[in-house]
Design a protein around this ligand. Structure first.
Ligand code: BG6
Length: 370
């Protein structure tokens, strides 16, 4: 039931803080991640021996997987490759007994992903699935399962399940880092605290819904929107573009901001709308000034810049046409705050065009054929 919301999608976006909270529930003890639930199929000994992780999914699930790559490589020091499930088994993927395949699927029934998991199992890889549906086929076919607890997702375009998938991947990354002895308890606790602080921060982000609606209404005749992000902002850019395609049928593309000068900047002409996910200025990586200079470059060519930036980041103000704010969080956790405004934006733009937000044309919630 929509319970007073204009669409299931609006309701499901509003449930994201709860999806985050539920996915953390019972998995943190004394400030540290405890994932006993996967140890039946993927035990600590296996995790210590893993030399490579392959993450598989389709659509939104593949983008949450990309965020998982950044977190797992950073916290656990294991090489992670992210592949589209439907590409994976049609080449000759290299799999060994120490390859762990992590599949991501909201429904747990996507045929492309299921077939990829079966392929990996048959070739001796260990399989862990991240799934939102209790007892789903992919979960049953995997050695272990880590459930996201986003609750049922009805709208075809995924929102709260994405957020929960990222949290599940982060929990797994923290678990793996500790099991392998590369992540100190102290660092681990700091990351867990960041996760636990997210639901309240996300609630705050969602309060900007009216501003996002206004922004979307002004753009209802826009034909093309670009999304730029860097590091963990890159998967956010990809997901923002996917949402806009799915819901508002607008040509949209996400790019890694560093690619701009290698091609996409040729697309910039006066009036081109560009969302930019701006990294935190507090981060020592120096990515913030690089992305701000990207903004200057596209602005100089006439782009209309819509920035998603941390509260208090004033460096973007002279160059951005519009700014949406996210509360302060560690760099790895910002995507969990930055993606919601893009989900809202796609939904509002679709609504402004009079489209069916919950059931976009040509799409199905779960594609059970190859
Ligand atoms: C697509 C859906 O068909 O499948 C997307 O339209 C979804 O919203 C993708 O992200 C993957 O689905 P699942 O259930 O495997 O996560």
């Amino acid at each position: 039931e929509k319970g007073g919301w204009s669409s299931f999608m609006a309701k499901e976006i509003s449930e994201e803080p709860e999806a985050l909270e539920q996915t953390l529930l019972g998995r943190v003890h004394d400030g540290l991640v405890v994932l006993d639930e996967i140890s039946g199929g993927v035990d600590d000994e296996t995790l210590r021996a893993v030399d490579r992780i392959v993450v598989l999914g389709a659509g939104t699930a593949a983008y949450s997987g990309l965020l998982g790559k950044y977190a797992i490589e950073k916290w656990a020091g294991v090489a992670v490759e992210v592949d589209l499930a439907h590409e994976f088994r049609y080449r000759d993927p290299v799999l060994g007994p120490n390859t762990l395949v992590v599949s991501i699927s909201q429904s747990g029934e996507t045929m492309d992903t299921l077939m990829a998991v079966k392929y990996a199992s048959e070739r001796g890889a260990r399989t862990l699935s991240i799934c939102n549906t209790q007892g789903a086929t992919i979960a049953r076919e995997s050695d272990a399962v880590l459930y996201t607890r986003a609750g049922p997702e009805v709208a075809v375009a995924s929102t709260k399940a994405f957020t929960a998938q990222v949290v599940a991947l982060y929990l797994f990354g923290l678990h793996l880092g500790r099991v392998r002895g590369v992540l100190s308890d102290e660092d681990s606790r700091a990351h867990v605290a960041e996760l636990q602080a997210l639901p309240a921060k996300l609630q705050e982000v969602l309060l900007q819904g009216d501003a996002v609606r206004e922004m979307a209404r002004q753009m209802s005749d826009t034909r093309s929107v670009l999304f730029l992000g860097r590091h963990v902002g890159y998967p956010v850019a990809l997901e923002g573009a996917l949402k806009l395609k799915e819901l508002a049928y607008i040509h949209a593309e996400g790019f890694a901001a560093g690619e701009l000068k290698h091609g996409p900047i040729a697309l910039i002409e006066p009036g081109q709308r560009v969302f930019v996910i701006v990294p935190s200025p507090r981060d020592s990586s120096s990515l913030h000034p690089k992305v701000v200079s990207n903004i200057q470059e596209i602005r100089a060519r006439g782009a209309h810049v819509l920035a998603i930036a941390e509260a208090g980041d004033v460096a973007v103000l002279p160059f951005a046409d519009e700014v949406l704010r996210i509360p302060l969080a560690g760099p790895m956790f910002e995507p969990l705050l930055a993606v919601a405004p893009l989900q809202q934006f796609a939904m509002e733009l679709a609504a402004a065009k009079g489209l069916d937000v919950d059931q976009p044309r040509n799409l199905a919630k779960s594609v059970t054929v190859e």
